[in-house]
Design a protein around this ligand. Structure first.
Ligand SMILES: Cc1cc2nc3c(=O)[nH]c(=O)nc-3n(C[C@H](O)[C@H](O)[C@H](O)COP(=O)(O)O)c2cc1C
Length: 325
């Protein structure tokens, strides 16, 4: 399939694996890229720029296809070593960066001078337009369904994607709630040039996370996510567990007096415990409503092949038959 996104990124299929903390290691990124999509390493999971350089080199050994790096710009006081991470990306010959979180404008010149394509992930049309205005090459539009941070507007993709199509000139991919060929065909119909998946890629053979994380996604239905940290305007969609319930109880009890310190046990430093050790009650972790559509653990190759062949069938049989009836 050829779209503006496959052309821009130099990939075979219009499928991207979004950056995921403690999931987006070289093994997963390489597997997605080898299957013809775009795999993405998550920079901030690496504790230093040198570690990121190492991870990029490991990925390079596992694939000769393009892969990307996610740079999440957090609203934190002690900023990570972003210039160091960016240098590691440039030196590592990475061709695509997925930016997310705060406005990436200050970091764009260094990346773009090195010929790196920028996909900014955002949750609203106004932020997508801003990304276009500051020179991003594409955007990833994350609807309210998404795992992780859906923003504060609560607009699902059935509305958000056509709205993005109305306003944007640069290409965009649909993100949030994407799982299969139906997602891809629907996203293309609504104006996207491809799709970005997070939760779906965790339940793959190559995702280097504890088997209990994959089991939790398989066991979950579309009713099993919760929105936490809404009072802090840092909303996150997570899988329901005892930590999520405890956090929501605190939110209800403290109301607008809630601060990040009140919930630090539920959110800080929990990813390695969950993703690597499989301690599923250690805290809250991002997960999309799309868990309700996930019931197997294929390899990335099987997953992407299945999506592309079923998309072909959907378009050329179901839809064409309807149109030509
Ligand atoms: C476990 C997990 C961790 C994530 N970590 C990050 C991250 O560090 N940076 C980021 O930009 N997005 C992160 N995301 C968001 C994904 O990149 C993607 O936008 C989102 O999962 C799409 O929604 P979906 O899960 O419905 O596919 C994370 C998502 C999950 C499920």
């Amino acid at each position: 399939m050829k779209t503006r996104i496959t052309e821009l990124l130099g990939i075979e299929h219009p499928i991207i694996q979004g950056g995921m903390h403690y999931v987006g290691f070289a093994e997963l990124a390489a597997a997605v890229s080898n299957a013809g999509g775009l795999g993405i390493i998550t920079a901030l999971t690496q504790t230093s720029a040198a570690d990121l350089a190492n991870e990029i080199a490991r990925c390079r050994k596992m694939t000769d296809k393009p892969f990307g790096v996610n740079l999440t710009f957090l609203p934190s006081l002690a900023a990570p070593d972003y210039p160091g991470y960016i240098q590691a990306v440039i030196d590592g010959g990475v061709t695509v960066v997925e930016t997310a979180g705060r406005n990436p404008q200050a970091h764009l010149p260094a990346l773009q001078e090195a010929g790196i394509k920028i996909i900014h992930k955002c949750t609203s049309v106004r932020h997508a337009l801003k990304a276009e205005a500051i020179g991003c090459d594409a955007v990833s539009v994350d609807g309210f369904e998404c795992g992780g941070h859906p923003g504060e507007d609560d607009i699902p993709n059935m509305i958000l994607l056509p709205r993005a199509a109305q306003e944007l000139t640069i290409p965009f991919v649909a993100s949030g709630g994407m799982a299969d060929a139906r997602s891809l065909v629907a996203a293309l119909a609504m104006g996207a040039e491809g799709m970005n998946m997070g939760t779906r890629f965790i339940a793959t053979r190559e995702a280097p996370v504890h088997p209990r994380v994959k089991d939790a996604i398989l066991a979950a239905s579309e009713l099993d996510t919760r929105l936490v940290m809404r009072p802090l305007r840092n909303t996150e969609r997570v899988l329901n567990n005892t930590a999520a319930q405890r956090l929501l109880d605190k939110e209800q009890m403290l109301g607008d007096k809630l601060t990040i310190d009140d919930i630090i046990d539920e959110v800080a430093g929990v990813y390695p415990k969950i993703m690597l050790d499989g301690d599923m009650e250690a805290g809250v972790w991002s997960c999309g409503m799309v868990a309700g559509l996930i019931d197997d653990v294929p390899s990335c190759q099987q997953l992407i092949e299945r999506i592309m062949s079923e998309a072909d069938e959907l378009i050329n049989q179901r839809l064409c038959t309807m149109v030509n009836a």
